[in-house]
Write a protein that binds this ligand. Structure first.
Ligand SMILES: [Fe+2]
Length: 185
């Protein structure tokens, strides 16, 4: 074992410097973990016409084909990754995984994506199809527009087994690049 503390109230600045260096050295672990979580979505279908990995890949494919930038493409790929853990709070899980690595409008696009998607299905549960409107105040017009484009043009149509879908390997370099370093929060 390394020569370091067994309780934090006995730690030293030097020991924390080692931890900081080691943590930064192992940053590539983040992309590995995200890719692993994404891969695990292939075992979750829950009544949809595609498994959740295919849905995420198809959403990212549509974003890429529409000319979106790399942060938006990677966020589109990861937007439902929270479902690997828990469906009811999956938007927040995915948004927080992405938050240190993408610009704010991309974080918000994922955070609110379920309410924007609700336009296309909340009515079936007696919910409000215009639930996205509750976010009108907290989002800038540009952020609102991006979240709407994500839900309406990519996410909600990405359940088609016959639609072109790039494989996970195609997106891996972009995933590694986006998760390579945290931006300041
Ligand atoms: Fe989705």
């Amino acid at each position: 074992m390394t020569d370091t503390f067994t309780r934090m109230d006995e730690s030293t600045a030097e020991q924390w410097a080692v931890i900081g260096t080691e943590t930064m050295k192992n940053q590539s672990r983040v992309a590995d973990r995200v890719l692993g979580l994404l891969q695990s979505l292939d075992s979750i279908t829950d009544g949809f016409s595609t498994d959740q990995l295919t849905h995420c890949l198809q959403t990212a494919t549509l974003a890429e084909q529409a000319g979106a930038d790399d942060e938006v493409i990677v966020a589109a790929l990861c937007h439902d990754v929270g479902k690997a853990i828990s469906v009811p709070n999956h938007p927040k899980i995915a948004a927080e995984i992405l938050r240190p690595y993408v610009r704010d409008e991309v974080f918000k696009m994922i955070l609110v994506h379920q309410d924007f998607q609700g336009r296309h299905y909340y009515g079936h549960f007696g919910g409000n199809p215009d639930a996205r409107e509750q976010h009108r105040e907290s989002l800038t017009p540009e952020e609102f527009e991006l979240a709407a484009k994500f839900a309406d043009e990519w996410d909600q149509i990405a359940f088609d087994p016959d639609r072109e879908t790039y494989p996970l390997e195609h997106f891996e370099p972009k995933v590694r690049e986006v998760f390579a370093a945290a931006k300041l929060l």
